[in-house]
Design a protein around this ligand. Structure first.
Ligand code: PGA
Length: 251
């Protein structure tokens, strides 16, 4: 596990973008795993700048997203399909047909989970998977539970996630209660994982996940068992608890 503590959130985004870009430059048809939420926005802006300056091309890249809300169409303002188009896909040269996100409006969400897993099998191992972390330790929408879901699943969002995400909706009642989420087993198959966490609100859960007990009640704690290369990029606020309790880990 490698820690990088940037000077601020913007620099954390730049550093994360550099790591992602390095993978794409090495393998122009890389499969990159992407995430939504507030945290990766600086990273996406930095990747767009690299594309605009001619430094980076996504022309052969394939992307897979972690999750999507059930019930939101790809054009809904809060769907993750739209988030990805507005914050990355429409602003770089990635072909639309190379971008994969679970459908939130399948008539049969369980069948959609199976379809997504078949697609992941066809694409092969993800070269680098970006992850955020929820306030409750979720990764993708894998919520605290008594087991780790292996494959893509239909999940019920926890109250704390609904509350956290209600900031994006006009009212908490409008936040979907279910989502399709790539399973933990699938996430751990990635060759490399980039965990991005910024802000004071993530300090405690980040420390608990990466140094505490490994338990499905803190889903991100499974990352302690991850066999590939895990890079954790933070800002000073998110890193504060790790810095205080584990001074041997310097980023
Ligand atoms: P955030 O979400 O980036 O908006 O904090 C992270 C997550 O819930 O995984």
């Amino acid at each position: 596990m490698k820690f990088i503590c940037a000077k601020n959130t913007e620099e954390a985004g730049h550093i994360a973008a550099e790591i992602m870009a390095e993978v794409i430059k090495e393998r122009p048809d890389a499969v990159i795993g992407l995430a939504t939420g507030s945290t990766p926005l600086d990273m996406y802006r930095a990747l767009i700048d690299m594309y605009l300056s001619g430094e980076l091309s996504f022309a052969r890249v394939r992307s897979v997203n972690l999750d999507e809300y059930v019930g939101l169409s790809p054009t809904h303002t809060q769907s993750y399909a739209r988030f990805m188009r507005e914050n990355l896909f429409n602003l770089v040269d990635i072909p639309e047909e190379n971008t994969y996100i679970p459908s939130g409006i399948s008539d049969n969400p369980r069948e959609e989970c199976l379809r997504y897993d078949r697609l992941l099998d066809l694409l092969g191992r993800v070269d680098i998977q970006l992850l955020g972390i929820g306030n409750n330790g979720h990764i993708a929408f894998n919520e605290p539970d008594d087991c780790y879901p292996k494959d893509t699943t239909l999940v019920t969002l926890s109250e704390s996630t609904v509350r956290a995400n209600s900031r994006f909706f006009d009212s908490p009642d409008l936040v979907p209660r279910q989502a399709i989420s790539m399973g933990i087993g699938r996430i751990l198959r990635a060759k490399r994982i980039l965990l991005l966490a910024t802000g004071e609100g993530k300090a405690e859960i980040l420390e608990r996940s990466l140094f505490g007990k490994i338990t499905p009640t803190v889903p991100a704690s499974i990352l302690q068992f991850y066999q590939g290369e895990l890079t954790v990029v933070t800002d000073p606020a998110a890193f504060s608890k790790i810095r205080a309790l584990h001074p041997e880990v310097m980023g």
